[in-house]
Design a protein around this ligand. Structure first.
Ligand code: ATP
Ligand code: MG
Length: 560
């Protein structure tokens, strides 16, 4: 696995190497700065692996910093989920868990500093008017009529904003930079706004909150971040990032470096859209196994190693990072192929009666838990006269290439016996209810006594010993490759109606009876499955993580 290989180099690591070699920095400090307004998704995992991975490899440090400047949308549930997910991925922040809100006091002081230098002013236009006066890419903005307020008046108003004297929206604090700048971000951007809103971390201490562009660079500087890694949409904000640091007395000036966002086919990745799926009831929760969230992938059965492997394989560049879901799936397949014990489970059962086998007889067959690794050991699989097989492993009138069970045809019941179909019953709708067969008493263990070729091998579960289970079969959440790009903007119209099928009457071998939540298995011939947290007492619930092969690609006619 790639874990043992050195992390692949990329343009950011090359920049860091150059900075270290030139003595521009004498260590590496990074941060991962999520806004706690939703759960983390696989795109965030890319950023986490980058920031924490660089800190690990350079023996540096990485902060987990909550970018919590917008109290309306943030809450403690999101904060806790983010911590859980970062830890689960295998990264450690030690004592470096911080919040932008930890810096509200120094941020306020930096704002006062800007005011004192005549570089910030209190503007009493409303947000709408400010937006309208910003100009366009081709036309300069219009200066605010409040732009030339005196320093004394600005200091007084800003102090009274903080003291709670004004209602929401009455004033904002703006930087005083250049209304004619070709970069709209430099046209006197808003730094602070009034929000009489309780904050999940600071309570009622503040009623003015700083905006991202002002907060982020100063927080970086206060933590001694050397390389502030963010996604490409912040490239145009970099001049403002540098302007704020150049005009306030901060301890250092971190470098902002941008890389491209990950996007994944057949899903959406914006928190706004993911929130909509949860609140609209399209999925059960943020950790629904169909969600591209880290907690959803975890519940689906993904391992931390598979996600880290994926993030390593997609790399870090500045060019478009649209990746096929198949790549993520191949990472988990590869990981589970090596570490998931094998079991037999029948998802859509039909009964097979082996009429030649004694009615009350039973026996056990020893089955290897892993075909390629003896250290997994063996287990006993009980057999009796009646077993369940997969409904689609039997056909009344099969085509020539069908190597499973059909009248007159012989197959191997995995680990047990060779059986030949002798008949079947149907109900009034023609649906098969029971299949009959006889076994070859000389084929114990499934070996043909005379070396005759038996092509088909099918899995089965003893009807007497099998344990009932619910199996949840997941598919892509969307039917379109890029639902976020729909012309009508209504990405929910692209939801896949069959993204979850529940097999409520599955039967699994008794070795699975006590399986713990999150335990992962390969169900032979079916795919990889894990135990869902809904599993309780005598109710076994499994999620299908991924099929054994890329069934979707085959369906799309793209082959293997
Ligand atoms: P979203 O657009 O999903 O709401 P965000 O950027 O607003 O995401 P944050 O919580 O601010 O979410 O993100 C924290 C960090 O994760 C940021 O540094 C951001 O650049 C990075 N990040 C977010 N989405 C992706 C992605 N798809 N690929 C790579 N990095 C990402
Ligand atoms: Mg953000």
């Amino acid at each position: 696995m790639s874990e043992s290989l050195p992390a692949a180099s990329n343009f950011i690591r090359q920049r860091i190497d150059a900075d270290l070699a030139a003595g521009r920095v004498n260590g590496v400090v990074t941060r991962f700065p999520p806004e706690p307004n939703g759960y983390l998704h696989i795109g965030h995992a890319k950023s986490i692996c980058l920031n924490f991975g660089i800190a690990e490899d350079y023996r540096g440090r990485c902060f987990l910093r909550f970018d919590d400047t917008n109290p309306e949308k943030e809450n403690v549930e999101f904060v806790e989920s983010i911590k859980r997910d970062v830890e689960w991925l295998g990264f450690h922040w030690d004592d470096r868990l911080t919040h932008a809100s930890d810096y509200f006091e120094p941020l306020y002081a930096a704002a006062v500093e800007l005011i004192e230098q005549g570089k910030a002013f209190v503007c009493s236009m409303d947000m709408e008017a400010i937006r309208a006066s910003r100009g366009t890419l081709t036309e300069p903005g219009t200066p605010s009529p409040y732009r030339d307020r005196s320093v004394a008046e600005n200091l007084d108003l800003f102090a009274r904003m903080r003291a709670g004297e004004f209602p929401d929206g009455a004033h904002v604090l703006r930087a005083r930079i250049d209304m004619a700048s070709p970069n709209i971000n430099l046209r006197d951007p808003v730094l602070y706004r009034i929000r009489h809103q309780r904050h999940q971390n600071t309570g009622d201490a503040w009623c003015i909150y700083p905006l991202y562009d002002f907060t982020h660079c100063i927080s970086d500087a206060l933590e001694g971040i050397t390389h502030s890694l963010c996604t490409l949409e912040f490239e145009d904000h970099r001049p403002l990032y540098d302007w704020v640091l150049d005009n306030t007395s901060v301890p250092c000036h971190p470098q902002q470096i941008e890389f491209s966002r990950l996007s994944l086919g057949y899903t959406v990745m914006s928190k706004r859209m993911l929130t909509r799926l949860v609140t609209g009831g399209d999925v059960a929760a943020w950790d629904d196994p169909r969600m591209p969230t880290i907690s959803g992938l975890r519940r689906r059965g993904y391992t931390p190693a598979s996600i880290r492997d994926f993030c390593g394989r997609i790399g870090i560049t500045k060019s478009d990072n649209r990746v096929e879901m198949a790549l993520l799936e191949s990472c988990i397949r590869e990981d589970l192929e090596a570490q998931a014990p094998r079991r037999m489970a029948v998802v859509d059962p039909v009964k097979l009666v082996v009429t030649s086998y004694p009615e009350h007889g039973e026996e056990v067959f020893a089955a290897a838990n892993h075909p390629a690794d003896d250290s997994f050991g063996r287990r006993d699989v009980p057999f009796c006269r009646e077993v369940y097989i997969e409904r689609d492993d039997f056909m009344i009138d099969p085509p020539k290439k069908f190597f499973r069970l059909a009248p007159g045809r012989e197959v191997r019941l995995r680990y047990a016996w060779l059986v030949t179909c002798t008949g079947y019953d149907t109900d009034e709708d023609g649906r098969v209810t029971v299949v009959y067969a006889t076994h070859d008493p000389d084929s114990r263990g499934g070996n043909a006594p005379d070396g005759r070729k038996v092509k088909g091998t099918i899995h089965w579960v003893s009807a007497r010993h099998g344990v009932p289970a619910e199996v949840r079969l997941y598919d892509r959440l969307f039917v379109d490759e890029n639902p976020a790009a729909r012309r009508d903007g209504d990405f929910r119209q692209s939801l896949n109606p069959d993204s979850l099928r529940i097999a409520a009457h599955a039967v699994v071998e008794p070795a699975l009876a006590g399986a713990q939540v999150e335990a992962r298995f390969q169900f032979e011939r079916l795919g990889y499955f894990c135990v869902d947290p809904d599993n309780a007492g005598d109710r076994l619930v499994f999620n299908r993580t991924v099929t054994l092969r890329d069934a979707w690609a085959r369906q799309q006619g793209r082959g293997q």
